[in-house]
Design a protein around this ligand. Structure first.
Ligand code: HEM
Length: 208
């Protein structure tokens, strides 16, 4: 039987449902699920994901260190860099996040929810990639799956991390993390057409 999600987890899910839908419909991510995906379009998507994921992962890890916590968070950025490099490109160094002030335990709980939750869609994406681009396509970033019970344990950790009465601050942390992620995709994604360009009407030939 599934354990019911802790209250903060339910609040975070409800408060960010629209933000998630918005993000997973972003062209940079939607193209990953398209049957017409090409390797070029896949690389374009990974190149946009790199700075978005880097900013979130760095921020969460920095805050964990700053607040002296012993939370363990798997680093997925090196896998993303490896995938991009195996596909023949170099990931662009992520800009640090100088303007963003330090947060609190509650905002960290919200940000960690977004970072770790983003692993949940990976299995679906990895399966699609194997089907459209073949079993050899590098997709380590999307393949760091959650072990059984891992997400439930993470949600319990978030519940314990967020001080009582600070759930709204956790929601703000999660919402802002989604907004920043989306902003990175908006600014860094260069769409590659996945369909051949339509034939251009050239009109009758003219003798020169
Ligand atoms: C095409 C891209 C994506 C797909 C297909 C996708 C798909 C999914 C799926 C299927 C789940 C639910 C898994 C389950 O309940 O077992 C999920 C959960 C989640 N995803 Fe995504 N996702 C995508 C991108 C992202 C991104 C980029 C982020 C954040 C940066 C994100 C954050 C989350 C979070 C926080 C949850 C947890 C929701 C909850 O509380 O249940 N996802 N995603």
């Amino acid at each position: 039987m599934n354990t019911p999600a802790p209250p903060l987890a339910r609040q975070l899910r409800d408060a960010t449902r629209d933000a998630h839908r918005d993000l997973d419909h972003h062209p940079a991510l939607q193209c990953l699920l398209a049957t017409t995906l090409t390797r070029e379009a896949y690389v374009a998507s990974l190149l946009a994901l790199y700075p978005a994921h880097a900013a979130l992962e760095h921020r969460v890890c920095r805050e964990i260190a700053r607040l002296g916590l012993s939370l363990q968070v798997p680093r997925r950025l090196p896998h993303l860099a490896d995938d991009i490099e195996t596909l023949g490109l170099a990931p662009e160094a992520s800009a640090s996040d100088p303007g963003h002030p330090p947060g609190s335990l509650a905002t960290l709980a919200g940000e960690l929810y977004v970072l770790e939750g983003s692993r949940l869609g990976g299995r679906v994406i990895a399966e699609r990639l194997r089907r459209t681009l073949g079993p050899d396509v590098p997709h380590a970033f999307f393949s760091l799956d959650m072990a059984p019970g891992e997400w439930q344990r993470r949600l319990a950790e978030l519940e314990a991390l967020c001080p009582p009465g600070n759930q709204d601050a956790a929601v703000v942390g999660a919402r802002e993390a989604f907004v920043r992620f989306r902003h990175q995709l908006d600014t860094r994604f260069r769409a590659i057409p996945t369909h051949p360009a339509p034939a251009v009407e050239t009109g009758p030939a003219v003798d020169l």
